[in-house]
Design a protein around this ligand. Structure first.
Ligand code: G3P
Ligand code: CA
Length: 267
């Protein structure tokens, strides 16, 4: 139960590429994983959802419209929700052209494809369970794929994988099913509520705008689900001044679309 934070406590914050290096390549694609790898960034963040036929795919919105050509390929399938399409249908979509013509042909990756790319780059993964209220039982599905792909090995669990969500219920479920996994809660619960979160999570991962040094210190004073101090990774910090600010607040990790900029500012 180490995670990004544990690596950072003696030095600068760990830099985590948000949806991959998403300033430079289309978010949540294999190209964005590789772009982070090319920059020498060791951690990537992604968003996992479930298809109509129960497969896991990596995409942020619960709707395919913004980041694919779904409206052209399936014009009569409004409102184009991820959960209303099969994996085979989603595999036909172009998930790169919206970002720039040179990215035409990028696909919405399956979780398996994504894990393979992260592994090939020798990176680590901050996996977000996105919108779990729309996908009952998705935690079990995710853990099954992680196990099949070797991502629940001792080495992976020790320091290559963190599972996070905005849903406390979802993270509580992951912690119950696999108590050895490092988990994170996305958000900033009131300080008085933090001990309850510490029972099932190792990280409190808040938005950066309202984050204060007092809040970071309050989180650090508590021990998380694995008996180590709770850590803080904040999002989404895309410029050098913002990175210096949150570094000085004492955060353990910075989740960013521009991982090279942040690394150069605080690394
Ligand atoms: O990892 C934190 C961040 O990704 C949460 O917000 O909307 O980008 O998934 P969002
Ligand atoms: Ca996310």
């Amino acid at each position: 139960s180490a995670g990004p934070a544990a690596e950072s406590r003696s030095g600068s914050p760990v830099v985590i590429a948000h949806r991959g290096a998403s300033a430079y390549a289309p978010e949540n694609t294999l190209a964005a994983v590789d772009a982070a790898g090319d920059l020498g960034i060791g951690w990537v963040e992604n968003d996992v959802q479930r298809t109509k036929d129960g497969r896991l795919v990596v995409i942020h919105d619960d709707n395919l419209k913004r980041t694919t050509d779904v409206e052209e390929v399936f014009p009569d399938r409004a409102p184009w929700k991820v959960k209303d399409f099969t994996a085979a249908e989603i595999a036909r979509l172009d998930a790169g052209s919206w970002f720039g013509e040179r990215w035409a042909g990028e696909r919405v990756p399956t979780l398996k494809q994504y894990l393979d790319a992260v592994e090939a780059n020798r990176q680590k993964l901050l996996l977000e369970i996105k919108a779990p209220e729309q996908y009952p039982g998705v935690e079990k599905d995710i853990l099954r794929v992680l196990r099949q792909e070797g991502w629940l090995s001792r080495a992976h669990v020790r320091d290559k994988l963190v599972v996070q969500s905005f849903s406390a219920d979802s993270i509580r479920t992951v912690h119950r099913l696999r108590p050895d996994l490092t988990t994170g809660f996305l958000g900033a619960p009131p300080v008085a509520d933090l001990p309850a979160y510490a029972a099932f999570t190792d990280q409190i991962n808040p938005a950066h705008a309202a984050l204060t040094g007092d809040y970071v210190a309050a989180v650090h004073r508590l021990k998380g689900a694995h008996g180590k101090p709770l850590t803080v990774s904040t999002w989404t910090v895309n410029d050098a001044a913002g990175a210096v600010r949150v570094r000085d607040l004492g955060v353990d990790g910075i989740i960013t679309n521009n991982p090279d900029v942040v690394r150069d500012a605080v690394g």
